[in-house]
Design a binder for this molecule. Sequence first.
Ligand SMILES: Cc1cc2nc3c(=O)[nH]c(=O)nc-3n(C[C@H](O)[C@H](O)[C@H](O)COP(=O)(O)OP(=O)(O)OC[C@H]3O[C@@H](n4cnc5c(N)ncnc54)[C@H](O)[C@@H]3O)c2cc1C
Length: 448
Amino acid sequence: MTAFPFSLENPIEWPGPPPASADVVVVGAGVIGVTCALFLARRGLSVTLLEKGRVAGEQSSRNWGWIRQQGRAPEELPIAGEACSLWRQLARECGEDVGLAPGGVTYFAHTDKEMAALHEWMPHARAHGLDTHLMDGAQTAALIPGMSRQVIGAMETPSDMRAEPWKAVPALARLAAREGVTIVENCAVRTLDVMAGRVAGVVTEAGRIQADEVVVAGGAWSSLLLRQSGIDLPQLSVRGTVMATEPLKQVYAGAATDDKVAFRRRQDGGYTLAAAGFHELFLGPDAFRHCRRYLPALREDPLGTRFKLAAPAGFPDAWRLARRWSADRPTPFERMRMLDPAPNARVVRDTPRAFAKRFPGLGEVRVKAAWAGMIDAMPDVLPVVDRCTALPGLTVGTGMSAHGFGIGPGFGRVLADLVVGRETGHDLSRFRLTRFSDGSPIRPGPAL
Ligand SMILES: Cc1cc2nc3c(=O)[nH]c(=O)nc-3n(C[C@H](O)[C@H](O)[C@H](O)COP(=O)(O)OP(=O)(O)OC[C@H]3O[C@@H](n4cnc5c(N)ncnc54)[C@H](O)[C@@H]3O)c2cc1C
């Protein structure tokens, strides 16, 4: 078995040096930063995209590759729909194979309670004109044959898609570079540069870059960076373990999940597997600081989160991690160029077995690679996409809460329009930064 195919040994594609100034600096080259930078360039601005490690080295290459509208919060659906159109358009414009394919997304139900939850979501699908439909057990078995475990029904959205993340996001970065974005890898942003109460640029390990506008799209690190400027973002991150199997017969062209196993057909003929509804929170100071705000989500899904005693050194919420620093010295960002957590060995052992048991006709399920990613999450399991009123010139796009890959290009486009002051075309109030501090109740998005 090999490790994740993406590592710091990958050659640096964008060595810099960074420029002295730009109209906009975007911090973090995951799917959000890359697509935001691309759309900013399309709005005619000079854009510098800074990445402490490698483009897409963290969540944006490690995810399951599901591009789904199904099961999302209603406020996200128009943006997820736009993201699907953008994925198709950008995949063509990239001129590279990103593994984008239709195939659908299916959620299985084994109990009446699970089926009722699927029924409850259907009005959202109808309101947004999605092709989502419910199936009974027989219809599900006809769609996905060979399953040993009886289901009482399922929900499918045939127009949902999949892509190969480690191909797609670097390809989008190359498209952005062709359209004028200056990308610099191995270039950590140490702090925002703030003058006279507004953003004046960033201080990087390679020096200062002047910019009137900065977008923070730092994934699991956003909270740590924003804290240097006094902005409190109650963000945590959890470990998700993922595996890729050797090629196997196709049972479904898309992605599907029950309560234990999630699988997605891969372009190379295998499946990407994961333990469904299972992630691990390493308890650190931020986990304790923010625990009250996470209680509503924990109550809705009490078994999904497993707690681990302490984060390994250098992780975003590690006990001994520096929380404050001066910009003239190396920071936690340079010390952890690429967050590459070890996968959970038990999950790597048990998940392929569970998948094989569900599909006995597939024969032996052999895992060729296993890896993990730290998923950044917010208390209501919804992103923060907003202008920061407390610090003019700052825009935040982070906390994608395990579903930012699929919706990424949609939020990337929205963020670019927020920066230039254009109408975004969407109601973004549910994603506002202040919702955790203005006394609003915390309302978790759907736990589907
Ligand atoms: C195991 C797993 C499975 C998932 N499955 C899915 C799925 O199937 N579908 C889906 O839609 N989503 C999925 N997600 C979620 C999705 O991958 C993320 O929501 C999305 O990739 C987040 O993108 P991002 O750009 O916000 O963050 P990231 O991809 O994490 O990028 C942030 C980047 O910012 C850089 N950075 C941080 N701080 C600094 C700094 N100070 N200076 C310079 N650079 C900095 C980091 O190095 C990083 O590269 C999954 C995630 C994981 C981990």
